[in-house]
Design a binder for this molecule. Structure first.
Ligand code: SF4
Length: 487
């Protein structure tokens, strides 16, 4: 048994999830089957895998315990989940290349009976990671925009600062897996810390520093404080953004007041969370979001569009609603980058546009992220959205709203024109003979008709009440005479 196996409580002798001969609570075959997840998304109460059922709450809520008991090997995984033998062989080979870490808290969100479970897909090694065709190690060419190791300077007023290669959970789709997941990846970052900060100090055009990794919240506290306070003390830096998956995968770390105090003391900190699925937004997450907000840090979410995880409209709508409930602003929806070993997570851009079509207009504007593709050759984020500009002329544009209504929008500096036309449809809007085309059966229009009727009814009633209160006017008198007398 390895040290990790001992810590996690798994031993090679235990029964696998597929072994029907498993007995007792401690055997994974039976406990996984017994477990049963409710269908609630996001979960309304904390979840715990039966393996850790008897762990005292004090330990469960301790991030150190969670980190020490993280699942870190394929051998541990096979004790907890069912795999095809061929897959296990490939996963074993991948293990030598890519790191694996899943804290018990995050693992407990997996439905062990579902091989396509969205939490499992994000965290558990897949044999598909061996199938890269045309994906790249550094698809965003960050290394080419790096003036000093650890800094990517691409946009005019902001830089990315990579402060560590360590994460609490290694996301299988990670864009920076060349640094985070590859064993023996960047080990010299600490020597370059001061150089990175000097670069920011020497470039007064830098207003916004994105502190990322790896996950900066895995840094030892003194080092985290050193980075954050150094950035705070640079006068031209307005914003320090911390990109982190700690709230998602190890929220217990943010139960630690010392960490919250460090973040708050840096004054300029905004936290960029990374939630991809509504099930990730648990009561534990709600608790840490409250702590961060109370300490004065705005929360914005980055989600990645991932095949099998969140590439359908209803899942994405649930995710956006769940984020708003914990007061996290959906900020970006990233198209999945073509990174080596993560090709199986990629969807078409059309899928992203389909999802955005179902969000914009249908949900609160607060719930709408900007959908972006990170351009090849380091071109940066390019926002995409469905087409809302349908046609145009010299004096107007024709716009479409979320309902499919087409409307003429007059240019502010041109007189409205009306050009007779034999054409129909959109051309009539362009020529000015119509101002809008509305699809049949439009609910908003039906509601307007109902509102109009209700307003007319209220006006009648008010007029009648006014007649009774203020006495009859000559016109009303005639009507009042006809009313029955009530004693
Ligand atoms: S936490 Fe972020 S940096 Fe770390 S593996 Fe996940 S996506 Fe990559």
């Amino acid at each position: 048994m390895s040290i990790t196996d001992e810590r996690t409580g798994l031993s090679p002798q235990r029964t696998t999830a597929t072994n029907s001969g498993a007995t007792g609570n401690s055997t994974m075959g039976s406990t996984v089957m017994e477990r049963g997840l409710d269908d609630e998304e996001p979960p309304g109460k904390p979840r715990r895998h039966p393996l850790w059922r008897n762990v005292p709450k004090k330990n469960w809520d301790d991030w150190r315990w969670q980190s020490q008991h993280a699942i870190r090997s394929v051998r541990q995984l096979r004790e907890l989940l069912a795999f095809e033998p061929d897959d296990l062989e490939v996963m074993g080979q991948l293990e030598a290349e890519y790191k694996l870490a899943i804290p018990p808290y995050y693992f407990s969100l997996i439905d062990a009976d579902d091989p396509t479970d969205p939490i499992r897909l994000q965290s558990v090694t897949s044999p598909l990671e061996a199938n890269s065709a045309f994906e790249l190690e550094d698809p965003l060419e960050e290394d080419q925009d790096s003036p000093v190791p650890g800094i990517t300077h691409r946009y005019p007023d902001r830089v990315l600062m990579v402060t560590t290669h360590v994460c609490t959970m290694y996301c299988r789709f990670c864009t920076r897996k060349r640094a985070t997941m590859v064993r023996g990846g960047w080990d010299a970052i600490s020597h370059d810390d001061e150089r990175m900060l000097d670069y920011v100090r020497c470039h007064p055009e830098i207003r916004d520093v994105i502190v990322s990794g790896g996950d900066p919240l895995t840094l030892p506290y003194p080092k985290l404080k050193y980075f954050l306070h150094s950035l705070r003390d640079i006068p031209h830096v307005d914003v320090v953004r911390i990109g982190t998956r700690v709230p998602t995968t190890l929220p217990q770390k943010l139960y630690d007041k010392e960490l919250i105090d460090i973040l708050a003391s840096a004054e300029k900190v905004w936290v960029q969370t990374h939630f991809n699925h509504p099930r990730e937004i648990t009561p534990e997450v709600a608790r840490v979001c409250r702590s961060l907000l109370r300490a004065g840090m705005p929360l914005n979410n980055h989600a990645v569009l991932l095949k099998g995880v969140n590439d359908d409209l209803e899942t994405m709508r649930q995710l956006m609603r769940a984020l708003l409930r914990v007061k996290v602003r959906p900020y970006y929806l990233f198209h999945c980058d073509p990174v080596t070993g993560a090709g199986h997570f990629r969807t078409s851009v059309w899928k992203g546009l389909e999802i955005m079509e179902g969000l914009r207009g249908h949900m609160s504007g607060l719930a709408i992220p900007t959908y972006v593709v990170d351009s090849p050759h380091g071109g940066g984020k390019i926002p995409l959205m469905p087409n809302y500009l349908v046609s145009a002329s010299d004096d107007c544009v024709i716009l479409r709203n979320y309902e499919g209504m087409l409307v003429r929008y007059q240019a502010e500096d041109k007189p409205a024109t009306l050009r007779e036309t034999a054409t129909r449809g959109v051309s009539q809007l362009v020529q000015g003979t119509k101002t809008a085309l509305m699809p049949d059966g439009n609910e908003r229009m039906a509601r307007r008709r109902r509102n109009k009727k209700a307003r007319a009814q209220r006006a009648r009633e008010a007029s009648e009440a006014a007649s009774v209160c203020h006495g009859p006017t000559p016109e009303r008198e005639h009507r009042l005479l006809a009313l029955p007398v009530v004693n």
